[in-house]
Design a binder for this molecule. Structure first.
Ligand SMILES: CC(C)(COP(=O)(O)OP(=O)(O)OC[C@H]1O[C@@H](n2cnc3c(N)ncnc32)[C@H](O)[C@@H]1OP(=O)(O)O)[C@@H](O)C(=O)NCCC(=O)NCCS
Length: 204
């Protein structure tokens, strides 16, 4: 081993004390609010996981109409829906929040959803999108964010949420059945720091 290699390794901090890795060099993106023209890309990203994974419990691909209605509802409620776009205009991933429940006392709490195109995963984009989503929710006056994560095949999602301060608050076993096997859910929660007073969902 060369002397400088020895020094470099000796100076290396343990993993938990190191700064998060910056996004991979050459992999650049901008994060912006969702626009109607993103619908086909968002649908394609999500449907990949519907068809090929158990990270979502949906079993039927979502249609453009379903996505259009969902986007319109989130817009009406003033809830953040963000996309990450490559310099060439390709949508690499999205992150959104939706009401935890339609019951009005849940008005300060949301459930999040984050999906990246298969090729964009593992390069720091998930962290950047979730950080932007948290900031946007704090600006919108949201107080609690919950992630409901499959207990199979979603290690990256669990790791990402824990890195950003989400704490596991519960589990349910065998509540889903997909591809011939039983699946459970893991609940993670993060308290946000809202920067403005929100009237609440449903305008109340
Ligand atoms: C989950 C998902 C959004 C994470 O985004 P990502 O870009 O792959 O994650 P990042 O590269 O930003 O990594 C975030 C952190 O989690 C860690 N991490 C990522 N994948 C990991 C894994 N499989 N095991 C352990 N740690 C992991 C990274 O080391 C990183 O830590 P750091 O920021 O301290 O360096 C993305 O992988 C994805 O879209 N997966 C498929 C869909 C999905 O599961 N969505 C969530 C449904 S609940």
């Amino acid at each position: 081993m060369l002397e400088e290699e020895y020094d470099r390794d000796r100076r290396r901090l343990p993993r938990h004390l190191r700064k998060p890795a910056p996004p991979e060099p050459g992999f650049s993106f901008t994060i912006r609010p969702f626009q109607e023209r993103d619908l086909p890309d968002v649908r394609e990203i999500y449907n990949y996981y519907v068809t090929n994974s158990v990270v979502t419990f949906d079993e039927k691909k979502w249609t453009l109409t379903q996505w259009r209605e969902k986007a319109a509802l989130l817009h009406k409620l003033g809830l953040p829906f963000l996309v990450a776009e490559s310099p060439s205009g390709q949508i690499l991933g999205y992150a959104l929040v939706q009401p935890m429940s339609s019951k009005s006392a849940y008005r300060y709490s949301v459930e999040n959803s984050i999906y990246l195109g298969h090729a964009a995963a593992g390069k720091g984009l998930g962290r950047a999108l979730l950080e932007a989503l948290i900031t946007a929710c704090e600006e919108a006056g949201i107080r609690e964010m919950v992630a409901v994560i499959s207990d199979k095949g979603a290690e990256a999602s669990i790791a990402l949420h824990e890195k950003l301060g989400f704490v596991e608050v519960g589990r349910m076993g065998r509540v889903g059945f997909k591809f011939g096997r039983w699946l459970g859910t893991i609940y993670l929660q993060k308290h946000l720091k809202p920067v403005k007073k929100r009237k609440g969902l449903f305008g109340r």
